[in-house]
Design a protein around this ligand. Structure first.
Ligand code: G6Q
Length: 537
């Protein structure tokens, strides 16, 4: 009997009923000391404060039942052990295992020994490479050490790694830095290449498929810049790609590293896709700390009690907010400047995974699936879009992220408080203001409250906690997919536009070659008309 997803469970009906009168956060006295202290959950170094969500014991009990009836933890364990879950029953699909967890399962007995063995082999290669760079065994033609890495990649081969690098730049080796090129917009590469000492630069080309238009184009563009500077690209370029891909061509690169088809792009930050760049910038030991943080969450997330498992609890609260309370979006608001690109990474990880409208049997979904994800670091966001969060007609559940201490510990006391105190005070104030609201005789100054939110807290953003934070979200997203009964691991939705762009490019190429062409030329609006005709609309 195939799993029919969320609506088939008794807990679904219970939650539907409970959603008719969710907990009133704005009722005077609603946020009691007992409630705020009871509705906290600890997993590893993180604590989730969720007393400001619109739920009570009855809702939590029903969410627990829904998690149990959906066999979320069993599905998660099967994923880690290598079950082929990236598939749609009865239809042509990717038919792959989903083993990003294996890339960091290197500390004790692994759930999937073969995949972890492959990860360890790549990590060993990386460690040797980093040693050779550090010791000066690999240097440029002038005998100097490399100081900069340019990482070329897009989507999953850019967003997660870039978010992690920016999050951890405080720990980067001072004499090294990393720049990123992702967009096929030539200005992206041009802006990076400007003022760069190419002679001391390594270029890390990252593409699992080895066929991505943007990445291959940018690789050629940057290779041309090296050649123009009289430098041999073969002595500066390294590759991270899938075994057997068109980029699996070690003679063209200083070094080649591999990732495997069982790791999806958006889940690949802890594979070689992120590891090569992070190892270069932070050092091998810090890279291992990222992996340790992620692995600790992968293990802790097997806990079946939703009150003791942050990823599972966040998954179930999200389902309560989206599927039962009907909120279509979620804002992730880190009170940490270092997490400046984390929401962008989550946008891909969540929306590409759970932005689906069919289930794993190919049937149309009858409930709301993945939310629209967005966010910016606070307090910057407070001076921008928080107006809508407090008083808009759309209710946006919020996931705040905060840290007790700053990364650099460089601070100033003004009026008895540090900047870090000011940051945290703002975080707590926003959470409470959204939950409780405030009445006023003047309707323009009235805050309705009842905006659900939670705060994910840790002591400091370090390589270890960053790895854990990444894994918390990856796991949350996968678990939501398990409950919604969708395949969170394919991305057919991005294919159509790519195919059409290819056809339009061929068309442009033809008229650029053909002197007798009498058509639209470079007029983009006419090109649109021609393209629509060409594509048969
Ligand atoms: C992620 C997607 C997608 C992918 C990019 C880059 O899950 O599959 O964002 O990461 O299209 O793909 P390549 O690594 O193959 O260049």
């Amino acid at each position: 009997m195939p799993y029919e997803g969320i609506v088939s469970h008794p807990a679904f009906a219970t939650l539907r009923k409970l959603a008719e009168s969710p907990f009133p956060l704005s009722r005077p006295g609603a946020l009691t000391r007992d409630r705020l202290l009871a509705l906290t959950c600890r997993t590893g170094e993180f604590k989730l404060l969720y007393g400001t969500q619109r739920l009570d014991t009855a809702v939590l009990d029903a969410l627990q039942e829904l998690a149990d009836e959906s066999q979320v933890i069993q599905q998660f364990q099967e994923m880690k052990r290598g079950k082929v879950i990236n598939r749609i029953d009865g239809y042509e699909s990717e038919e792959r295992m989903v083993l990003h967890t294996a890339a960091r399962d290197i500390f004790t007995t692994p759930a999937h020994p073969e995949a972890t063995g492959q990860a360890i082999a790549e990590l060993d290669k990386l460690r040797s490479f980093l040693d050779e760079l550090a010791s000066g065994r690999i240097v440029n033609a002038a005998g100097q050490k490399f100081t900069t890495m340019v990482m070329i990649g897009i989507g999953g081969s850019d967003l997660g790694p870039r978010a992690l690098y920016l999050a951890l730049a405080a720990y980067a080796t001072l004499e090294r830095s990393v720049r990123f090129i992702s967009n096929v917009d030539p200005d992206d590469a041009a802006a990076v290449l400007r003022n760069l000492d190419l002679s001391r630069t390594l270029v890390n080309v990252v593409s699992k498929s080895g066929t991505t238009l943007e990445t291959l184009t940018n690789e050629q563009l940057v290779r041309a810049a090296f050649q123009a500077a009289g430098l041999d690209p073969g002595k500066h370029f390294i590759a991270v790609t899938g075994k057997g891909s068109p980029m699996d061509n070690p003679s063209s690169y200083l070094r080649s590293f591999y990732m495997f088809d069982y790791i999806g792009g958006r889940y690949s930050a802890t594979s070689m896709v992120g590891a090569v760049m992070l190892g270069f910038a932070l050092g091998y030991d810090a890279l291992v700390e990222i992996l340790r943080g992620a692995n600790d969450i992968d293990r802790a997330a097997e806990e079946t009690d939703i009150r003791r498992n942050i990823p599972l609890l966040m998954a179930m609260i999200g389902i309560w907010n989206h599927t039962f309370l009907g909120h279509e979006t979620i804002a992730v608001l880190p009170y940490s400047q270092a997490l400046i690109r984390f929401a962008a990474h989550l946008q891909q990880c969540d929306m590409e995974s759970n932005g689906k409208s069919i289930d794993r049997q190919g049937n149309a979904l009858t409930v709301q699936s993945g939310p629209i994800v967005w966010g910016e670091p606070g307090t910057n966001g407070q001076h921008a879009f928080y107006q809508l969060l407090h008083q808009g007609t759309t209710i946006v559940p919020v996931e705040f992220i905060g840290f007790r201490s700053s990364q650099y510990a460089q601070d100033i006391v003004i009026k008895e408080t540090t900047s870090q105190d000011k940051l945290l005070a703002n975080l707590l104030a926003q959470s409470l203001a959204m939950a409780t609201g405030r009445d006023n005789a003047n309707p323009n100054k009235r805050f309705a409250g009842n905006r659900p939110n939670s705060i994910l807290l840790a002591d400091r953003l370090t390589p270890y906690t960053m790895g854990a934070l990444l894994a918390i979200y990856e796991t949350k997203i996968a678990m939501q997919g398990f409950v919604w009964n969708i395949n969170s691991f394919d991305q057919e939705g991005v294919q159509l536009g790519k195919v059409l762009a290819g056809e339009i490019l061929e068309h442009i190429g033809r008229y650029r070659k053909d002197d007798t062409y009498r058509g639209a030329g470079d007029d983009v609006s006419w090109l649109m008309v021609e393209a629509a005709e060409l594509l048969g609309s």
